[in-house]
Structure formats: structure tokens, C-alpha cells
Write a protein that binds this ligand. Structure first.
Ligand code: 5RP
Length: 261
């Protein structure tokens, strides 16, 4: 069945499959959001079912919580655990220092809280998410609905003093209306093309009234697991500087497709 997946889904699947090797019995885990994270949740649920692993999970979105529970995972609230051992999540872009753009799935606020509250964060992705410099993917910024146009104007004005290549922004829509995040906020997507200084931009954006959080994850991610359609997986650890390559057997998919049938 894995062999029948599109090349991009095979790459997401193998990264996910490798990532759950880092999960140990008794861990408190953060579960990310998005299509890659959904593969990871399936792979994790399979380990829990087959090995009797006991893990407690906190989800970064209502979508992931629903999938996790459907697959039999124990999903609790962040306040029930406070701190986590490990978070595994996807990303929209990953730079060589493992700085990330996240929020393509509008879950960046909960994702950042959960990742920051974890001893370790692993990002999982297909190779297309690796970039030399962040910014081609529009940077999501979560804003309060009250006065959002003022917040947008302040953001665009602020961008003139920062090292980015373009400075426009758009309100994210869903079915013709402003998209609402799980927390009831709006998302502004910043079209910057190139972010010269992600750390500075992340700090400055969060000073603007109305901004709740931005999708730049700087110094949060510890390990990147990059999947390829042919089954190759590269694990890059930022603290050791090591990159290890292994291979996931594409003929062994176990029961992870049960919920898809
Ligand atoms: C959701 C996210 C996702 O992790 C990111 O958008 C990647 O999604 P996908 O795995 O579907 O490509 O940040 O807010």
C-alpha cells in the first residue's frame, strides 16, 4: 500500500515512520498538525497498538486530537501535563540551522506553545521543505480579529525596517470568510520572499499590538527528519551537527492504513 502512495506522501510517510523510533515508553508527547503530522500520528498509534507502549499525548489542534483519539491514543490537555518529553511536528520550510516556518495549517500558536514546552522537538518533512533561506513560503502571523486591519498596517510598516525582500500581506480566507484558528483568531500571511534575519523578525513581530504569535520557530527545533520518496530518510541533529541516513522498508506498512480505508 505504501508503494501506491504519491511520491510526496511516501516521503512524508517514511519521515514519520522514522520519527516514532524516538518515542519511548512513558513519554509525554506533543503531536503536530498537518498532513505529515497525520502520518506520524498513524505510525505512533501503530506502535502503541502493537507494542503496548504507554504514552500521553497533547495535540496542537482539534484536527490532530480527533485523529489521535480515533486511533486509540490517550490525548489530554496541555494543562494536564504542563511539560512534554518530545514533540513531533511538520513544517512549511526548514533552513540549515533548523529554523522553521510553520502555520500553513493555521495551528502555529498551539504548535509553538507545545514545542517550546518540550525537552526536544523533531520536525518531519519531505525534502522539498528544505531551503537555504526562509521566506518563499508566506509567513503566517496569528492576529486578534479586533482591529486586524490596523495590525496589518502596523506589520507592513514595520517590515520596511527589516531585512526582507517583499512586504505585502493577505488575510487568510476559508470558504470566502476569514479563517478562524482554534483560538478564534485570524491569520495574516506575510509575503516576504526572503527573511534575512529570522530571529529579529520573530521578536519584532510579536511586539506589534494585535499580533498573538508568528510562525517563525527559531532555536526551537532540535532534530529534522527528512524523507524521500525512495524510502531514504536523513536525520539531522542540530546539537551534534551529525546527519545520519537510513532507509524505511516501503513494503512494510503494518496496519497504519486501517483508518484510511
Ligand atoms: C500547521 C503546520 C504544518 O506542520 C505545516 O503547514 C506542514 O504541513 P504539511 O505537513 O501538511 O505539509 O505548521 O500549522
Amino acid at each position: 500500500m505504501v508503494a501506491e502512495l504519491s511520491p510526496i506522501d511516501r516521503a512524508k510517510y517514511v519521515a514519520s515512520r522514522r520519527s516514532v523510533d524516538f518515542v519511548e515508553d512513558g513519554m509525554k508527547l506533543g503531536l503536530g498538525t498537518g498532513s505529515t503530522a497525520a502520518w506520524m500520528v498513524r505510525c505512533l498509534a501503530e506502535r502503541v497498538r502493537e507494542e503496548g507502549l504507554k504514552v500521553t499525548c497533547v495535540s496542537t489542534s482539534t484536527r490532530t486530537a480527533a485523529l489521535g483519539r480515533e486511533l486509540g491514543l490517550k490525548v489530554v490537555t496541555m494543562d494536564e501535563v504542563t511539560w512534554l518529553d518530545l514533540t513531533i511536528d511538520g513544517a512549511d520550510e526548514i533552513d540549515p540551522a533548523l529554523n522553521l516556518i510553520k502555520g500553513g495549517g493555521a495551528a502555529l500558536l498551539q504548535e509553538k506553545i507545545v514545542a517550546t514546552a518540550s525537552d526536544r522537538m523533531i520536525v518531519i518533512a519531505d525534502a522539498a521543505k528544505e531551503v537555504a533561506t526562509l521566506g518563499a513560503f508566506p509567513l503566517p502571523v496569528e492576529v486578534v480579529p479586533f482591529g486586524w486591519k490596523t495590525t496589518q498596517a502596523l506589520i507592513e510598516e514595520t517590515l520596511f525596517s527589516l531585512d526582507v525582500s517583499e512586504r505585502s500581506s493577505t488575510l487568510r480566507l476559508q470558504d470566502g470568510a476569514p479563517l478562524r484558528t482554534d483560538e478564534g483568531h485570524f491569520i495574516l500571511d506575510l509575503h516576504l520572499q526572503r527573511i534575512g534575519n529570522p530571529r529579529q523578525l520573530a521578536l519584532v513581530l510579536n511586539q506589534i499590538p494585535g499580533v498573538v504569535e508568528n510562525g517563525l520557530f527559531v532555536d526551537i527545533c532540535d532534530v529534522a527528519i527528512i524523507g524521500h520518496a525512495d524510502g531514504r530518510v536523513v536525520v539531522r541533529d542540530i546539537s551534534s551537527g551529525q546527519a545520519d541516513e537510513s532507509r524505511v522498508d516501503l513494503t512494510q506498512s503494518g496496519n497504519i492504513f486501517a483508518d484510511l480505508e
